[in-house]
Structure formats: C-alpha cells, structure tokens
Design a protein around this ligand. Structure first.
Ligand SMILES: Cc1cc2nc3c(=O)[nH]c(=O)nc-3n(C[C@H](O)[C@H](O)[C@H](O)COP(=O)(O)O)c2cc1C
Length: 239
C-alpha cells in the first residue's frame, strides 16, 4: 500500500488538550483523536504537523503582495526571501493527500492564525492559476485532484450545524471550504463539538458523538483509500 501524507493543523489558541489538561482545547483533542486513529489503521502514512498558535503565519503585507503577484522570474532576492514562509506552507499543502484542520469558532468565524495560513497558501501561480484571457474563465485550481479536507471544529454554544438554529451565523466551515475549493480541495468532511460553554453533560455527550463520528470517518476514508490502491497496478506511481 503506498504511503500517504497527512497534514495535521491545529489553530486553537488554547495549547492544552481537553480530557488531558484543565480547560484544554476540544479541537486539539479531536485532531489528535483523528491522527491517532488514522495512524493505527495506516501506520505507513507520514504525518506533517503544523501548530498555527505556536508558529503563527505572517499576515499578508504590501511586500508580500508585491512579491506574490509578479512572475517568479522577475522576483529579486528580497522578494524571493519574503515568500519563503508561504513557499513552505504551500509545499506542505501540495504534498498532503489528507488535510485535517482543528478550528475553534471565534466570534462566529475562524481564528486569525488560520486566516493567515489560508492567505499564505491561496497564492496565484502556486495553488491557483490566473489568466484574464482564458476562454474557460480566468481562474483555475492548481492542486492535484483527490485531496481530502477534514474540518474538526468546536463552539461554545450549540445549533451551528446545517439545519440548526444558528446555522446562518456560522462562518467557520465556509471560510475554509470556499478558499480551499478554489485551489482544488473539493472533497470536504466536517465534525464539531458543541456546548463548550455549558461544560455539562451536553458537552460530554457532544464530545462522545464527535469522537465516534471521527472513528467512522477514519474507517470510511481509509477504506476508500484501500479501494484506490487496489484499482492501481502494483507499479503505479501515486502523484
Ligand atoms: C475569542 C473567542 C471567541 C469565541 N466566540 C464564540 C462564538 O462566536 N460562538 C460560540 O459559540 N463560541 C465562541 N467561543 C467559544 C469557543 O468556540 C469554544 O470554547 C471552543 O471550544 C474553542 O475551541 P477549542 O476548545 O479548540 O479551544 C469563543 C471563544 C473564544 C476564546
């Protein structure tokens, strides 16, 4: 079975893990649960870890825009150096077959660190193409097809899922799926914990439900991967 690359991203400002540390992060708990399960089913896969709270990506600046929006062959050394961080983040994403993002809800949306990561990886000429004169439309995704995105979230209140009382004010998943689909990550899964602020039985039940959903998702994605591997000839190269 060919090895895959899993990119594990955490974005909670809380550095502890719920269930282990007091007031720890639910999203760190869920991503760790996902990665542990995945590694037990597919120990051959490589996990790349990026903690956006411990290593905060730089926000977009005027210098970044100048460097990113001119063709690579016209960049001077300073511009090239300026994009080094973005290059590294793009490279991790490009290599990943499966992207698992732990994302808390902050003020109905995503943490600034995750927004900065998105702004660094959604980059013209690197992850999406742009040509005003292109007949099929000016933009196209550059990431290879078949990548999967898993969004593991947590909220203080409850009712943010599709059909829920607060669905319309939940900006979290869409803030991620929209830019990610733009660069080619269109297969998306989402699981969330709710009631963090209640800190009662409802939170405990929500954590149990989310962890079971993660178990089911891991089985499903790993089985789908096995299916892909079986349909490939033994010597096929995985792009
Ligand atoms: C700065 C901040 C803003 C928050 N905003 C919201 C919010 O808009 N809606 C909500 O339901 N919960 C909100 N919460 C609660 C968190 O979503 C909740 O505690 C969640 O579990 C955080 O994820 P974590 O456990 O991985 O840190 C907020 C928490 C913080 C710290």
């Amino acid at each position: 079975m060919p090895a895959l690359h899993l990119l594990h991203i955490d974005a909670s400002a809380r550095l502890g893990v719920s269930g282990i540390h007091p007031h720890g992060s639910n999203t760190r708990r869920l991503t760790q649960h996902f990665v542990d399960r995945w590694s037990s089913v597919r120990p051959q896969d490589q996990v790349i870890y990026r903690d956006l709270s411990r290593q905060r990506p730089s926000p977009v600046t005027a210098e970044w825009i100048d460097a990113a929006f001119i063709p690579p062959e016209q960049r001077d050394a300073e511009m090239t150096a300026y994009l080094a961080e973005s290059d590294r983040l793009v490279e991790e994403l490009t290599r990943a077959d499966l992207v698992v993002i732990g994302v808390p809800m902050y003020n109905f949306g995503i943490p600034a660190t995750l927004k900065a990561w998105i702004d660094n990886v959604v980059r013209v000429g690197a992850t999406f193409g742009f040509d005003r004169d292109r007949a099929e439309g000016p933009y196209w995704p550059m990431l290879s097809a078949g990548k999967r995105l898993v969004i593991l979230s947590s909220r203080g209140d409850a009712g943010y899922d599709p059909g829920g009382r607060l669905e319309s004010v939940n900006l979290v998943e869409r803030s991620i799926t929209l830019p990610m689909s733009y660069i080619g990550l269109t297969e998306t899964y989402r699981i969330a914990i709710e009631y963090d602020e209640s800190a009662d039985d409802r939170l405990a039940a929500s954590i149990d439900k989310a962890e079971s959903a993660v178990d089911t998702l891991v089985q499903k994605l790993a089985a789908a991967q096995l299916q892909v591997s079986r349909t490939l000839p033994d010597d096929a190269a995985i792009p």
